[in-house]
Design a binder for this molecule. Structure first.
Ligand SMILES: Cc1ncc(COP(=O)(O)O)c(C=O)c1O
Length: 364
């Protein structure tokens, strides 16, 4: 039976990348050692991380005046590092359109309880509407001297995406791009900082990518070293032992994206895949899409449900029997979620729609 993995993260990786990693697993580039066994201070690993960074820069169009960091601790650690590094003596605005944005804001508030010169401000939230749409705000309400405006670009759990970046009255955007980095094209120059956990569109869990404009780095190190962007940047992400295997895998995934035409090509493939599902969802009334506005629908996480939770559970169980794995929605919202990131094959979406039609006929 063919297995399709709809997991939201860690998620499916490109077959070509897995095959290449398998081929090189015991002997990387004729060294007689696995990449996992090598010092991060040697020439071989240095060339791996340099190449990964260079390819990412090319793919995303990252300008020279931005640092690219490969860190650990997941996107969740960034929820604290961002206010600690960027928001001292300044306001920091939060726009909350999903659970991860809410978490980011709450972590900033926690930071402000110990460091009183950090001032997180809730600019807008769609929590009351169960995040059925993106939160909106008036740019004029933003203090132009603020440190940043934090947004989540793709709401992994709720299935909405910011495709058009908002106006922020000249204040840098800080973007959580965890679930649509390299899947949707964004203009990096509109951001002061971008961050993303690797485990959806970049590689295995364990690496967190941070892209930060140089002038926003703390002038001199004041934080614990592992939390200080300045120290991490000055050491080329090698202040301590980095997640070497994850960085190597990320490099392979970047090469793979490049070989298929880059981020624009990925976005059009993803749009086409997502449209197969959304067109079907719009054509019937057995399944419901909770996302209110069509132009906010995610092309990475397609969320849907039936009219009742028991039917949803039956759907998930029946889907698993047919090889459609991990399609259960996040525990906080229930229903179903098809995560169809870059590496997810088009055929898997076609087959899912066929399965959904069959299930609908049998249960309507
Ligand atoms: C948008 C978004 N932000 C943050 C996170 C948290 O990431 P991590 O588990 O790497 O801390 C996730 C995880 O799924 C996410 O989807």
């Amino acid at each position: 039976m063919k297995i399709y993995n709809f997991a939201a993260g860690p998620a499916v990786l490109p077959t070509e990348v897995m095959m290449q990693a398998q081929k090189e697993f015991m002997d990387y580039a004729g060294t007689g050692m696995s990449i996992m066994e090598m010092t991060h201070r040697g020439k071989v690993f240095q060339s791996v991380i340099d190449r990964a960074e260079a390819t990412l820069r090319e793919l995303m169009g990252i300008p020279e005046n931005y640092k690219v960091l490969f860190l650990q601790g997941g996107a969740s650690t960034q929820f604290s590092m961002i206010p600690l590094n960027l928001a001292r003596h300044q306001k920091a605005y939060y726009v909350i359109s999903g659970s991860f944005g809410d978490k980011a804001y709450k972590e900033a508030v926690k930071c402000s309880e110990t460091l009183t010169d950090i001032e997180p401000v809730l600019l807008a939230s769609s929590k009351e509407e169960h995040y059925a749409h993106l939160a909106t705000f008036d740019a004029q309400a933003i203090d132009p001297n603020a440190a940043y405006v934090h947004v989540t670009l793709n709401n992994t759990i709720e299935g909405t995406t910011i495709f058009d970046l908002p106006e922020t009255n000249g204040v840098p955007l800080v973007g959580d791009m965890s679930s649509d980095i390299l899947a949707v094209r964004y203009n990096v120059e509109k951001f002061g900082l971008i961050y993303a956990g690797a485990q959806k569109n970049i590689g295995p869990a364990g690496v967190t990518v941070v892209i930060v404009r140089e002038d926003l780095l703390p002038e001199k190190p004041v934080l614990s070293s592992m939390l200080d962007y300045r120290i991490l940047a000055d050491n080329g992400s090698l202040y301590n032992t980095p997640p070497t295997f994850g960085i190597y895998m990320a490099g392979l995934v970047f090469d793979w994206v490049n070989s298929l035409g880059g981020v624009d090509a990925m976005e059009s493939r993803n749009r086409e895949k997502a449209a197969l599902l959304y067109d079907y969802l719009d054509s019937q009334d057995f399944y419901i899409s909770p996302v209110e506005k069509k132009d906010e629908r995610s092309i990475c996480n397609v969320v849907f449900r039936t009219s009742n939770p028991e039917m949803d559970a039956d759907f998930v169980a029946a889907a698993e029997k047919e090889g459609f794995m991990n399609i259960k929605g996040h525990r906080s919202v229930g229903g179903m979620r098809a995560s169809i990131y870059n590496a997810f094959p088009r055929q898997g979406v076609v087959d899912l729609v066929t399965f959904m039609q069959k299930f609908e006929k049998e249960h309507h």
